[in-house]
Structure formats: C-alpha cells, structure tokens
Design a protein around this ligand. Structure first.
Ligand code: SAH
Length: 249
C-alpha cells in the first residue's frame, strides 16, 4: 500500500514537471519574449566581423547596431539567422537589408542629434529603429500597408515609440514634415524622385540605391548652396521602388 502511494506521488510529480516544461516557453512568449535568448553574442560578432572589419567606425552607429535586436524584426522562423551577413526575406517579396548596408547607409547620413530624417521603405522597421537610436525625429513611409502596420507594432513593442510610420507612396515624401536633414531610401528607383530633392534641407544628405535590377549603385546626394552634389558610393542590390516613380519617364 505505501509503495503504491509513493509511486503515485512520483508519477504526479513527473506529470507536473512535464506540464511546466511544456508550458514555460508559451508563458514567456506571451510576456513579449522578455526572457527569451537575446542574441547579444551574435550581435557582438556581427559588429566586429561584418562592420568594424569593413570600415564602419562611427561609434554611435556601432552602438545603435549593437543595441537594436535585429532578430525581433525578422519572421519568427528566421530569428536564428537574423545576424547572418546577408539580407533576409520579410514576406510580401521584400527583404530586410544586410546589416553592413544598414550600418553603411546610416553612417553616410552623418546624423546629428535631433536631426529630422525621412526613410522611404519601412519594411520590417529595422532601419528605422537603428535611426531612432541616433535621433528622436524619424519618419518612415512604406507603400505596403500590411508591412507598415506590422513595423509600427514591432517598433512600439520594442520601445521605439518616437518613430512615426505611415502607409503611402514614398515618392511624394512626407510634405507636412519637410524639410529633412537627411533622407534614406531602402528601395531602388531608376531616377531620383524630385519631391525628395525638394524636401531636403540645405546642407542635407540623401542616401539611396539607384538603377535597374542588378545594376544599382548606392549614391549620396548633398544639397549645397550651389545645388545638388552627387557621389557614387558602392554597387548594391535592393528591391525596386514601386508606385509613382515607375510611371515617370
Ligand atoms: N528598410 C527596410 C528594408 C525594406 S525593403 C528594413 O529595415 O527592413 C524596401 C521596402 O521599400 C519594401 O518594404 C517596399 O515595400 C518598400 N517600398 C517600395 N517602393 C516604395 C514606395 N514607393 N514608397 C514606400 N515604400 C516603398
């Protein structure tokens, strides 16, 4: 009789153990993933091998890249690959850019604290989060409304609540908030949208990919007192910019 009681107690304890083990990850998920693995080691390796070794040296940009949890901006099944050295799919045929390119473009903007920056192509919201580490005034436009909404939610959940997002064709910029100290495009048109040039402050910087698929360059346009100065930075591969820019000759 006593033996049976002991057996029953052992069985019950085993059952409770199994139930707790099964439920724990679900409970953690529901709390917003706060206890989940934070990929700090992967982020540190990314900073040293993909960024510093290739010449990214702005301490504020490196710090932003170290802080922003890139894995939170990719689909859940791809979290383990978030810090790899290439772009990743985020659905709707769109991609989150390679970490190096995000850092490179951010560095090229030379943002000062408080600068007003406009991003065209919110996508996952990752680039916007990186920008938000450098300035409070980030505005980001995305043409695919589902992506704009999802990015807005991710940014709010992770505390990047200063970023303002909107679903619209970025061709027109964000006229109500213009002019901007910096503008960044993360989709490639074949020519520079005129409204974006118009919305750049004197002394402002625009960094964007330009050109047809497989023949794109990253360029920097500076607005100087004597006009716009254009500089080619490096060859890149971005998704094409869609919307109005496709219709302009
Ligand atoms: N910056 C993003 C990467 C986005 S990929 C990130 O960090 O994840 C480029 C994005 O530009 C896509 O989401 C695409 O839908 C968007 N896009 C393309 N054409 C656009 C346009 N005309 N206006 C606004 N967004 C555009």
């Amino acid at each position: 009789m006593r033996m049976e009681n002991i057996l029953a107690a052992v069985l019950a304890a085993g059952l409770v153990f199994i139930l707790v083990a099964l439920l724990r990850p679900k409970l953690k998920d529901r709390r917003g993933g706060a206890d989940m693995y934070d990929f700090k080691t992967e982020r540190e390796a990314m900073i040293s091998r993909q960024l510093k070794d290739r010449g990214i040296n702005d301490p504020l940009v490196l710090d932003a890249m170290l802080k922003v949890p890139r894995h939170e901006f990719v689909p859940e099944k791809m979290r383990g690959r978030a810090y790899e050295d290439h772009p990743l799919s985020i659905g709707h045929d769109q991609t989150i850019s390679q970490p190096y390119i995000v850092a490179y473009m951010t560095q090229a903007l030379e943002l000062k604290a408080g600068a007003k920056v406009l991003e065209i192509g919110t996508g996952s919201g990752y680039q916007a989060a990186v920008l938000a580490c450098l300035t409070r005034n980030v505005f980001s436009v995305e043409i695919i409304c589902e992506l704009a909404q999802a990015a807005g939610k991710t940014l709010a959940r992770l505390g990047y609540s200063s970023v303002r997002t909107r679903c619209a064709d970025g061709y027109k910029g964000w006229p109500e908030e213009a002019p901007f100290d910096a503008i960044i495009l993360t989709a490639a048109p074949e020519q520079v949208p005129q409204p974006l040039l118009d919305q750049l402050k004197p002394g402002g910087r625009l960094v964007m990919p330009i050109g047809p698929a497989l023949a794109q360059d990253l360029i920097l346009i500076r607005r100087t007192p004597s006009g716009f100065k254009r500089e080619t930075l490096l060859p890149v591969i971005f998704v094409p910019m869609t919307g109005e820019v496709k219709k302009t000759p």
